[in-house]
Design a protein around this ligand. Structure first.
Ligand SMILES: Cc1ncc(COP(=O)(O)O)c(C=O)c1O
Length: 387
C-alpha cells in the first residue's frame, strides 16, 4: 500500500460524503428524496449566454490553448462590470485574473502567499476550501468563530498577537455561506485597517454579491478606501448567472498580488476554454434583468420557508442575501442527528451546520435552489416532521 502525502491526512473527513451515501441508499430503497442540501441554482443559465457559448464553440479560433491570463475582452468586461456595479476602477491588464471558478483562486491562493507554518485566518462556520487550501499549502488554519451574538462577523480584535504575527491571509465572505449574513460597511473598513496594521492579505470571497433582496446591494471590498491596497476579491459567474457548471471566475484587486497568482496559475492550469470566456462576456455585458428575475424567485422561496419554519416554532428571519436559510436545530439534537432524522422521517436532505466547522454545530443549512414544486413538497413534509 503506497501512502498518500501527509497533507491529505490533515484534511478533515468529508462529512458530506457520508450524507451523500445515506441519500443514495434511501433513493435505492425507493424513497423520493428532496435535496435542499447544495447551493446550486435550479434555474437554467439564461438563453442568451448559452447561445453565445454555442456560437463561440463552433469557431475554430477558440479551439486552441487559451491565454493563461484570459481574453483581454473578458478582463475588460469584468472591469466594466465592476465599474458599473460598484464604482470601482480596475486595470484589466494588471488588476484582474480570470480563474476556473472562484474555487480555483480560493484553494490555490495559499500556494502563492503562505509558507509552511504560516497562518491563514478563516471563518468558522465557513466555506471549507479556506481551511483546506491552507492545509494543502502546509499552512496553519486559525479559525475565527462566527456566532449569532456577533451577527456572524468574526471578532478581529480577539485574534491573539502571536497569531497575527504569523498570519498571511484573512478570509472573509459576505454575503455569507452558510449563514446568509451580510456585513455592514464599518466591518469592511475595520478589516482593511486590521490587515494593513498586521501585514495580512485580505481575501474577500464574494460570489453572492448579486443574490440579494428587497433593494439591498452588497458592497465590494474594493470600493472601500485601502481595499485594493490590502486585498483581493474572488468572484464568479456561478451564482449570478446560474453558471456553476461552466467554471469561470476571477480575482480582482492589488496588482502585485494578482501578478503572484498569475505566476502560480501558469504552473497549474492552462486557462479557460475560450468559448466559455465569450459566454461570460455575454453574461457580464447583458445587464441585470436575469439576475433580478432569479432574485425574485429566491426571495419568494425564502419568505415561504420562513413562514413554514415559524409555524414549526423555528424562528428564522428571511435572509437579506444568498439562497441559504441558516436555522438552529430543535432541542435534543445535534446538527448531524437532526439532518439524519429529517432524511429518515420525511426524505428531505438538509446540511448539518457542523459540516462547515465546529461553530456551525447547533444549526442546519437549507438552500432554496430547488424548483418551486419540490420546495413546496419538502415544506409540506417538514410540517409533518415529529421532533
Ligand atoms: C462561499 C463560496 N465561495 C466560493 C464558491 C465557489 O464557487 P465557484 O467556484 O463556482 O465560483 C462557493 C460555492 O458554493 C461558495 O459558497
Amino acid at each position: 500500500m503506497i501512502s498518500t502525502a501527509r497533507r491529505l491526512a490533515r484534511i478533515p473527513p468529508y462529512l458530506f460524503a457520508e450524507i451523500d451515501r445515506k441519500v443514495q441508499e434511501k433513493r435505492a430503497a425507493g424513497v423520493d428524496v428532496i435535496s435542499l442540501g447544495i447551493g446550486d441554482p435550479d434555474l437554467p443559465t439564461p438563453r442568451r449566454i448559452v447561445s453565445a457559448l454555442q456560437e463561440a464553440a463552433a469557431d475554430p479560433a477558440n479551439h486552441q490553448y487559451p491565454s493563461y491570463f484570459g481574453l483581454r475582452e473578458l478582463r475588460s468586461a469584468i472591469a466594466d462590470w465592476y465599474g458599473g456595479r460598484f464604482g470601482v476602477k480596475l486595470d484589466p491588464d494588471t488588476e484582474i485574473l480570470p480563474t476556473l471558478g472562484s474555487k480555483d483562486g480560493i484553494s490555490h491562493a495559499p500556494f502563492a502567499f503562505v509558507d509552511p507554518g504560516e497562518v491563514v485566518l478563516a471563518p468558522d462556520p465557513g466555506y471549507t476550501p479556506y481551511a483546506t487550501g491552507a492545509i494543502m499549502a502546509d499552512g496553519e488554519p486559525y479559525m475565527l468563530p462566527l456566532t449569532a451574538a456577533n451577527e456572524w462577523l468574526p471578532d478581529l480584535a480577539a485574534i491573539p498577537q502571536d497569531v497575527r504575527r504569523k498570519a498571511k491571509l484573512l478570509w472573509l465572505n459576505y454575503p455569507n455561506n452558510p449563514t446568509g449574513a451580510v456585513a455592514p460597511d464599518e466591518f469592511y473598513r475595520e478589516a482593511i485597517t486590521f490587515c494593513r496594521e498586521n501585514g495580512i492579505i485580505l481575501c474577500h470571497d464574494a460570489p453572492y454579491t448579486e443574490i440579494a433582496f428587497e433593494g439591498y446591494r452588497p458592497p465590494s471590498l474594493l470600493q472601500f478606501e485601502g481595499g485594493k491596497e490590502v486585498g483581493l476579491e474572488f468572484h464568479s459567474v456561478s451564482k449570478t448567472y446560474n453558471m456553476t457548471g461552466w467554471r469561470l471566475g476571477w480575482i480582482a484587486g492589488n496588482a502585485s498580488l494578482i501578478k503572484a497568482m498569475g505566476q502560480l496559475k501558469t504552473n497549474i492550469d492552462s486557462g479557460i476554454f475560450q468559448a466559455v470566456q465569450w459566454a461570460a462576456i455575454e453574461a457580464l455585458r447583458g445587464g441585470e434583468a436575469d439576475t433580478k428575475a432569479a432574485n425574485e424567485i429566491y426571495y419568494r422561496r425564502h419568505l415561504r420557508v420562513a413562514d413554514v419554519f415559524r409555524g414549526l416554532g423555528w424562528n428564522v428571519k428571511p435572509a437579506r442575501a444568498t439562497f441559504y436559510v441558516w436555522a438552529p436545530v430543535p432541542k435534543g439534537y445535534d446538527s448531524i442527528s437532526f439532518a439524519g432524522h429529517v432524511l429518515d422521517q420525511v426524505g428531505v436532505n438538509i446540511t448539518p451546520g457542523v459540516g462547515f466547522g465546529q461553530h456551525g454545530e447547533g444549526y442546519f443549512r437549507l438552500s432554496v435552489t430547488a424548483p418551486d414544486d419540490r420546495l413546496n413538497e419538502a415544506l409540506h413534509r417538514l410540517r409533518k416532521l415529529k421532533v
